[in-house]
Design a protein around this ligand. Structure first.
Ligand SMILES: [Zn+2]
Ligand SMILES: [Zn+2]
Length: 253
């Protein structure tokens, strides 16, 4: 199933203007030129409380985040259709929060895929910790996961592509982003969103100083697409979205 977004997505060109000593940003929407993706990316979730869930249709398919599980039937149906008989190789969780991970145990059972997260979020997921994962807020139970811890700098082998793990604490202590260095595509979880948003730092294990450091680290990367945990993604101009998030965070912090 080809992604409808691959060729019809939009890129936003940034135009800056110095107004009264402050740089203001304007955005102009243009059609994406397409691009040389080594794999298609399917967005499977992302409405209401649900996090986005991205399926990378590589030689060894990888799913990044799942959602709460409330829309599990739809996610599983779309996952099965997109995989088209291929086996899901890995389920990578950008952090422990229930809106990204609540459906993970069911997906793991259904596919047999190994699940990965960065400690200490991996520990909270293995224990099904309702406070740290925030599942208790929603009156839900976080099902314990069989999970393999990831290290900063580790590369997840997707066959014809690799996803490098970047430990980006601040939203939670074990938040990660995933970077395809060959394409410059970044899966940014709840560390940074598009159009000037960043993750909350007031939830358990959150830390705004660490979040700012993580955003600075991301701003040093050469990016193309940006695929956040919530809201729209863009196939191009990832650096501008990180810079907008960093500027917003600096204003608040
Ligand atoms: Zn989230
Ligand atoms: Zn979160």
């Amino acid at each position: 199933m080809p992604s409808p977004f691959r060729r019809q997505g939009c890129i936003l060109l940034k135009v800056s203007e110095n107004a009264g000593g402050r740089t203001r940003f304007f955005w102009q929407q243009v059609m994406s030129p397409g691009g040389n993706m080594p794999y298609a990316i399917e967005q499977l979730n992302g409405t209401g409380m649900e996090s986005n869930a991205y399926l990378l249709l590589c030689e060894r398919p990888v799913l990044v985040d799942v959602g709460t599980g409330a829309t599990l039937e739809r996610v599983e149906r779309r996952l099965t259709a997109a995989l088209d008989g291929k086996r899901l190789h890995a389920l990578v969780l950008t952090h422990m929060h229930f809106d990204h991970t609540g459906g993970a145990a069911a997906i793991q059972e259904g596919t047999g895929a190994m699940a990965y997260a960065h400690p200490p979020d991996a520990r909270a997921l293995a224990e099904g910790d309702g406070d740290l994962t925030c599942s208790g807020w929603l009156g839900q139970r976080q099902r314990p996961l069989r999970i393999t811890p990831l290290k900063d700098g580790e590369v997840i082998d997707c066959g014809n592509a690799g996803l490098e793990v970047l430990h980006t604490p601040g939203h939670t202590a074990g938040s990660i982003c995933l970077l395809d260095r060959a394409t410059g595509d970044l899966f940014s979880g709840d560390t940074v969103f598009t159009n000037g948003g960043v993750g909350r730092w007031d939830l358990p294990t959150g830390d705004r100083g660490r979040l700012l450091s993580s955003l600075r680290r991301l701003s040093g990367l050469k990016l193309r697409g940006i695929y956040p945990g919530h809201g729209p993604y863009y196939e191009d101009d990832g650096n501008s979205h990180v810079e907008m998030g960093l500027a917003m965070a600096r204003d608040f912090m």
